[in-house]
Design a binder for this molecule. Structure first.
Ligand code: SAM
Ligand code: FES
Length: 350
């Protein structure tokens, strides 16, 4: 009978498995197979990125959101969430400060907040590009129309992060209210790719109701769609959401999946996320050792950080951007990696 170690070896050779094989790997997670997967993953990490770690400066510019995802702390119906919006000037200040600190990618992330028209998003993007032509502007502002995505691209945005959240439409229905559509989200990802963005997909690990089969579907989706970046982090409950009492995802499963994703798509950009740093004090360092090669420190003004609380106990909500960068530099170095001042494209992206 074929065992999980043989399946892992097959994945390392072929970069592809059947759904049943992915499921078997996930069900048989143990310290030995995690270490073997991390070893394979580090070979690819080294081959394509050496010991270099790319940074993305995250500007969380609005926590208003029209959506009501059951897991998310800034969901529309969370009446206890204190809301804020940053002005164009505030955002530019964050981007400028980030540039001085060595960031060459700025990620503008927010809830789905249509108070920012397409025109205003384009103005913000082009102002950043005008001030810093050598900076990549990434957007992460949810589902919008193809025309909107095209306009942002023309204005200078070149990357877009939109996690698919789960590749199983039935599980998607467990995480989101009826008015949200799995097909629409997936279609947005396809449109973003067609327009020419470097695209980031991704999912939460061990979100409520997620089975090994669902995770296998996520891995198969990553194998087939090949997003330039894949953001995964543990689901962490938030006390003001319908999932307040649900258990959070584990460090072990997140690390194992990071390694598997690196093996599936060796050139992928793979962040060690803040959520991973939240469930374990050395989560991000362990993420790098499992195959991740990106970190995304916060550039938002400290005055608003605590208001962008997607999940409980989020780290780095009190530090200045410079402190955060310094802290991460030390953390990354402590495990033998090095933060570089680089735009950080995926290897092979044209
Ligand atoms: N509105 C944009 C979107 O939908 O893509 C970007 C912001 S959204 C808050 C960013 C990501 O946070 C989501 O894609 C989701 O995976 C993650 N997230 C939200 N709530 C979370 C939670 N409770 N635990 C872990 N991750 C969470
Ligand atoms: Fe933000 Fe450490 S990365 S304080």
């Amino acid at each position: 009978m074929i065992n999980a170690t043989d399946i892992l070896e097959k994945l390392n050779k072929e970069h592809s498995l059947s759904l049943a094989e992915y499921e078997c790997l996930i069900e048989n997670i143990n310290p030995d197979i995690m270490e073997k997967a991390a070893e394979y993953a580090r070979v690819y990490q080294k081959q394509y990125y050496g010991n270099k770690v790319f940074t993305r400066g995250l500007v969380e510019f609005t926590n208003f959101c029209r959506n009501n995802c059951y897991y998310c702390g800034i969901r529309r119906d969370n009446g206890q969430c204190e809301r804020y919006r940053l002005s164009k000037e505030d955002i530019l200040e964050c981007a400028n400060a980030g540039y001085e600190l060595g960031f060459r990618t700025v990620v503008l992330q927010g809830g789905e907040d249509f108070a920012y028209s397409d025109e205003s998003i384009c103005e913000i993007v082009s102002a950043i590009k005008k001030a810093h032509p050598d900076v990549a502007v990434t957007l992460s502002i949810g589902e919008r129309s193809r025309e909107s995505y095209e306009a942002y691209f023309k204005a200078g945005a070149s990357r877009y992060l939109l996690r698919h959240e789960t590749a199983n439409p039935v599980h998607y229905g467990r995480l989101h209210p009826k008015e949200m559509s799995f097909e629409h989200r997936m279609n947005c990802l396809r449109e973003l790719r067609e327009i020419g963005y470097q695209v980031g997909a991704g999912f939460m690990v061990q979100s409520p109701g997620q089975t090994a089969h669902d995770l296998a579907m996520d891995l198969k989706f990553i194998e087939e769609f090949k997003p330039d970046m894949c953001g995964i982090g543990p689901f962490i409950s938030h006390k003001q959401t319908p999932f307040a009492k649900e258990e959070s995802g584990t460090l072990e499963m997140t690390l194992f999946l990071l390694s598997l994703i690196r093996i599936i798509y060796p050139q992928v950009l793979l962040p060690a996320t803040t959520a991973l740093g939240t469930i374990d004090p050395c989560g991000r360092e362990k993420g790098l050792q499992a195959g991740a090669n990106v970190v995304m420190p916060n550039l938002s003004p400290t005055s608003v950080r605590k208001m962008y609380t997607l999940y409980d106990n989020k780290i780095c909500t009190g530090e200045e951007a410079a402190e955060c960068r310094g802290c991460l530099q030390r953390r990354v170095a402590s495990v033998g990696y090095e933060i570089v001042e680089d735009i950080g494209d995926r290897v092979g992206f044209k």
